[in-house]
Design a protein around this ligand. Structure first.
Ligand code: PHE
Length: 500
């Protein structure tokens, strides 16, 4: 208010140190006053009520020693004062002077001689002049009064060298009226209210300008979990390559589709309870088509009718087939879909198919930093006439290259449902080694023939986990910071979308 009132009266304030603060305080000369001034100026300037310029000046203040000299006189003046006049009866020796003035005698003597104030006869001291001008004391007192010295830079430098003065930068301001100058400093209104309209007070109100440059408040949108971001990206790759998505909504499967249809022997160790979560209620799955389960059973026990396969030569239990479990791999979905495709081809003729799925599977495994009892699998299957192992390898090279993994190696492996089977390794530049990322193979005739595919139709497929590429992509080392109650919500929101 003081600033705008002064401006209303004088138009400009050339020096804010000259502002007269009402009451006993007087002019705004201290640094604290100028601090108060600048905070007022900043807020007035933000509303274009004033504009101002900042200036700086150096002011000086006395050190403890400087203050003492300003009060008592300089060392040399004290020496002069303690020494008797020439020809006086009093006598003072250098030694006596030192006893009397201590340190001051030592410091002041030289300068007193040099100034021609004091002389010496033997070891006796006497005054050479009857009056002196103690410039040091005078200068220091001038600094106390005005904060600076008319004598200028050189005199100041000399006093600073003698450690009698210290320098302080002080700021002050000159102020002009701004484009929206007013002395009415009521906070501008930010809303036009019904009351203002009713009373008519809006006519005299001062409204705040819109700030079209302001950033909007961040919106609180949802965010995909990192695993889902990677899933979206992988889905995109499949769609790009012409794949259709398989329905993966049934987490509970029968042993038949999860194992038997895939030609996994009923005696296979992976079926045992240590790997598989069996479901006890309901106790039995719905039956698959009778003719199909009969053919599957025959292939398990005896092999193919033409004798090309001898089967497992082991018993096949229908009760076992009807047990329920949490699916241990998404290949359970692939077996249902391939069976459906074979049925369709019987009616309409065979059409090639490319199918994929990305969803959850369950295994009763020891949980550690990189394993959980449930995880996601990515799976692709391709059915066509005359496919070869070369097609499978070529397909995987294209697919993984799109995922940013152009460097693949394959190692022969064993799956009950594929022959040949290949483990997939990729070069991990960060770890500097080959990392196993997936498993693949050509589905066996023992699986495809009972489904009813024409004999020249081959199906190949591959599967990989979703968690591992996600952990590599986001630099996560512990699976528990990706899945489960320890996941940071902030991390979920902040993690960038994936681009393989
Ligand atoms: N089901 C296999 C697994 O769980 C992956 C796979 C899918 C292998 C399709 C071959 C063909 O590892």
């Amino acid at each position: 208010q003081l600033v705008v009132n002064t401006l209303a009266k004088d138009s400009v304030i050339p020096d804010t140190r000259k502002l007269v603060i009402p009451g006993a305080k007087g002019q705004a000369t201290t640094a604290e006053d100028q601090n108060a001034v600048i905070s007022a100026l900043a807020s007035l300037a933000s509303r274009d009520i004033v504009s101002y310029e900042q200036h700086d000046t150096f002011t000086y203040f006395l050190t403890a020693e400087g203050a003492q000299i300003a009060r008592d006189g300089s060392h040399e003046a004290l020496v002069w004062a303690a020494v008797p006049a020439k020809g006086s009866e009093e006598v003072i020796t250098i030694k006596q002077l030192q006893d009397q003035l201590g340190q001051t005698a030592k410091i002041g003597q030289g300068k007193a001689f040099k100034n021609g104030w004091v002389g010496k006869e033997g070891d006796k001291l006497f005054k050479l002049v009857s009056t002196i001008v103690d410039t040091t004391q005078e200068e220091l007192n001038e600094v106390v009064k005005s904060g600076t010295l008319k004598g200028g830079e050189k005199a100041i430098a000399e006093l600073r060298k003698r450690k009698l003065l210290e320098q302080k930068k002080s700021l002050w301001y000159s102020v002009k009226k701004g484009s929206a100058f007013t002395t009415d400093l009521r906070k501008p209104e930010t809303d036009l209210t019904a009351e203002m309209l009713a009373t008519g007070s809006w006519k005299n109100s001062n409204f705040k300008q819109y700030n079209f440059d302001a950033d909007g408040t961040p919106t609180n949108g949802g965010a995909l979990h990192p695993l889902m971001k990677v899933r979206e990206e992988v889905k995109g790759i499949f769609f790009e390559m012409g794949f259709a998505e398989m329905p993966t909504d049934a987490f509970v499967e029968s042993c038949f589709w999860n194992f038997d249809a895939l030609y996994v022997p009923q005696q296979h160790p992976a079926r045992e309870t240590q790997d598989t979560f069996y479901v006890s209620s309901p106790a039995k799955a719905l039956s698959p088509p009778k003719d199909y389960i009969d053919r599957v059973s025959a292939y398990h026990i005896h092999g193919s009718p033409d004798g090309a396969s001898r089967g497992y030569q082991a018993p096949f239990s229908l009760d076992e087939s009807h047990r329920l479990l949490l699916r241990t791999h998404t290949t359970a979905v692939s077996s249902r879909m391939l069976y459906a495709l074979a049925q369709k081809s019987k009616k309409e003729g065979f059409k090639p198919a490319k199918l994929f799925s990305i969803d959850r599977v369950f295994r009763n495994e020891a949980v550690d930093a990189t394993h959980l009892a449930e995880f996601h699998q990515v799976e692709g299957v391709v059915a066509d006439r005359g496919l070869t192992l070369g097609d499978l390898i070529g397909f995987m090279q294209t697919f993984f290259a799109k995922m940013g993994l152009p460097n693949l190696r394959f190692k022969p492996a064993y799956n009950p449902y594929t022959e040949p089977s290949l483990e997939i390794f990729c070069w991990h530049p960060g770890l500097g080694k080959w990392v196993e990322i997936g498993n693949s193979g050509m589905f066996r005739p023992e699986m495809l023939e009972p489904m009813g595919f024409p004999p020249d139709v081959r199906v190949h497929g591959w599967g990989l986990g979703l968690e591992r590429p996600t952990m590599i992509r986001y630099g996560i080392t512990n699976i528990r910071s990706l899945v489960g109650h320890k996941v940071s919500i902030e991390g979920v929101e902040k993690s960038p979308a994936v681009r393989f």
